[in-house]
Design a protein around this ligand. Structure first.
Ligand code: HEC
Ligand code: HEC
Ligand code: HEC
Ligand code: HEC
Ligand code: HEC
Length: 455
């Protein structure tokens, strides 16, 4: 009996010391927390100033997500209606929620202007991730960059990727760090208050083949092309294009995964099974796909057969039997009940988890709150589920066993596999009234194969 009590005591102590399942202490919450209120807005120059000379770069940046990180519709909805609202219900979350701005509007965070004015107020918070944010970064406080761990040094010196260039306007200094993936990782890796890695694009890249081959983020998101980088500059062979195109660019998402599909037999008759095998190759992303805001994003494979008379049969994926697989096969269960706690909706039953055809394979990693319910709130994530995304240069195989029904007529059957991607699960977007371009199904790729039915 005494031994039993001792054991329980030890277990309880471990739970307390490790902080299992609880919010971590204030101190280690945000790597970049010391930046809060450190620099006034006027220590940084406005993007319009840079426009005078860096016209092309400005126009590229202006239509990238970087310039909209604070103003974009879904960001405004999630920040104000969920995160800021959550901190009202649970005041200890205030520093966490202020921290959103450390990446989405670094100037506001550094000015101590949190919660910043709404985008419609047109304040300097709207500058989002501006030219001067990035070009005054001189390093990372953390070896593995995370949670706006960038070191900021605002002023007349702009840090760049070229040695010995001169500007009439400012000093330019070459810095290795600007050319490294760790630079991007200061905002593209995130650890939440539960100590969970809720964003890990740079870590995924670091563990994958591209880091080994010296191909940083820049090569794919800021591709180099000959030209000028300022109106009065000389021509360079490799000017970094400030595209930052990602999940919001149909052309970037398109082809991210290549598909081939084949049947095990080319001829068969009703009553017999055909096994279709699909190969899914991520040949285009330097990290997993989806990456980044993985709590919101899903990619799914829809497979259907079309018989000789044009009738369509939806084929559900074969189960593989791994742990947590139920989250990777579309179903009509409910999830996201934590939205009820946050938005103070009594007896909130939740929303459909997937919003895609039941039986389709979903490539995702589920996020769970402290009660084990799936959540789209990364700051409210206590644990992660099975990671069933496609890694860089990884190929996943999916099988579809179809017992040919008697009604299938003689002739050719076409099997079509189509991969879609959505930036935000649709039932959540519809519930929160997020504009549809955020939840639309984007085409990643498609492939076909055929076999014959004979009697
Ligand atoms: C998210 C961070 C980020 C933002 C925002 C950003 N830049 Fe850059 N910029 C970089 C990085 C990183 C490089 C170096 C790219 C490389 O090494 O391939 C760079 C390179 C440059 C260069 C040199 C290009 C060359 O190859 O000669 C200029 C000039 C420049 N940026 C100006 C600007 C201006 C002006 C803006 C705003 C309109 C801006 N940047 C916004 C990160 C940023
Ligand atoms: C009056 C014109 C002018 C203005 C305004 C200006 N720049 Fe420049 N900038 C230049 C010129 C010219 C160069 C040198 C380009 C070259 O020769 O490659 C340069 C170089 C740079 C570089 C270094 C590029 C490299 O290849 O390493 C960065 C970074 C940069 N500018 C950022 C900015 C930012 C950020 C702003 C706004 C806050 C800004 N510039 C405003 C003219 C200007
Ligand atoms: C100061 C923080 C910061 C730095 C540094 C930074 N980013 Fe970002 N980036 C963001 C934020 C915040 C967003 C999200 C914008 C939004 O709200 O959709 C973003 C968005 C993006 C997107 C668009 C993703 C999409 O869903 O469409 C790409 C691509 C991207 N960043 C690449 C890079 C690369 C490459 C670098 C390094 C050269 C970099 N970023 C450096 C903060 C940063
Ligand atoms: C080999 C090319 C390549 C490299 C290297 C690369 N990316 Fe990407 N990235 C892509 C492609 C293609 C997509 C579009 C597919 C997608 O959205 O996942 C993408 C998407 C993204 C997205 C949106 C992800 C999502 O699903 O919401 C972000 C953010 C991003 N990249 C940032 C980075 C950062 C940061 C690095 C470096 C640590 C990096 N990328 C390295 C090719 C690359
Ligand atoms: C460590 C930096 C960082 C912090 C802290 C952070 N974000 Fe982000 N956020 C990003 C980056 C980078 C992306 C883009 C990832 C991608 O495209 O997949 C992003 C994407 C998003 C998106 C999706 C945008 C879209 O258009 O799809 C929303 C919404 C968002 N963040 C809200 C928040 C809120 C609310 C908080 C605070 C609770 C927060 N973020 C904290 C870096 C951060």
């Amino acid at each position: 009996m005494a031994e039993w009590k001792l054991m329980l005591g030890i277990i309880l102590m471990c739970v307390v010391v490790l902080g299992v399942g609880s919010l971590q202490s204030q101190e280690n919450k945000w790597a970049g927390e010391e930046l809060l209120g450190k620099y006034r807005y006027d220590r940084f120059e406005k993007p319009k100033k840079c426009l005078t000379c860096h016209e092309d770069i400005y126009r590229q940046w202006e239509q990238s997500m970087m310039s909209q990180a604070y103003t974009h519709h879904w960001d405004e909805i999630e920040y104000f209606d969920l995160a800021v609202q959550h901190a009202k219900v649970k005041p200890e979350l205030k520093p966490v929620v202020d921290g959103c701005n450390g990446c989405h509007t670094p100037l506001a965070y550094m000015a101590g202007d949190v919660t910043p004015p709404r985008p419609e107020k047109n304040s300097r918070a709207n500058e989002s991730v501006s030219c001067d944010v990035c070009h005054t970064i001189i390093g990372s406080k953390e070896g593995t960059p995370v949670n706006f761990s960038y070191i900021s040094s605002p002023g007349k010196t702009k840090y760049g990727n070229r040695e010995g260039v001169e500007s009439p306007e400012h000093k330019t200094v070459y810095l290795d760090f600007v050319r490294e993936a760790e630079f991007c990782g200061t905002c593209h890796n995130e650890k939440d208050p539960y100590g969970v890695w809720v964003k890990s694009t740079q870590i995924e890249w670091n563990e994958g083949p591209y880091s080994k081959q010296g191909v940083p983020c820049h090569r794919c998101h800021m591709p180099a092309a000959p030209g000028k980088n300022a109106k009065m500059s000389q021509i360079h062979e490799d000017v970094a294009q400030h595209l930052f195109h990602g999940a919001h660019d149909p052309g970037k998402v398109g082809g991210a995964v290549e598909i081939r599909i084949h049947p095990n037999v080319r001829e068969t008759e009703p009553g017999y099974p055909v096994v279709l095998t699909a190969q899914l190759f991520n040949g285009k992303c330097g990290h997993k796909v989806p990456s980044g805001s993985v709590e919101d994003r899903i990619m799914w494979l829809h497979v259907e057969a079309i018989d000789a008379k044009g009738k369509i049969y939806h084929l559900p994926v074969d189960k593989k039997g791994f742990e947590g697989e139920e989250y990777t096969i579309a179903s009509d269960v409910l999830a996201y009940q934590d939205l009820g706690d946050i938005m103070e909706i009594p007896d909130f039953k939740g929303l459909p988890r997937d919003g895609v055809p039941v039986g389709d394979r979903i490539f995702r990693m589920p996020y769970f709150d402290s009660q084990g319910r799936m959540t789209i709130c990364q700051w409210n994530t206590a644990s992660l589920g099975t990671d069933y995304r496609i890694g860089p240069r990884e190929t996943k195989i999916e099988k579809y066993t179809w017992n040919i029904p008697d009604e299938v007529p003689e002739g050719k059957v076409i099997v079509r596999a189509t991969m879609y991607y959505s930036k935000l699960v649709k039932p959540v977007g519809d519930f929160l009234k997020v504009p549809e371009d955020e939840t639309e199904a984007m085409l990643v790729n498609t492939a076909e194969t055929t076999f014959e039915i004979y009697y």
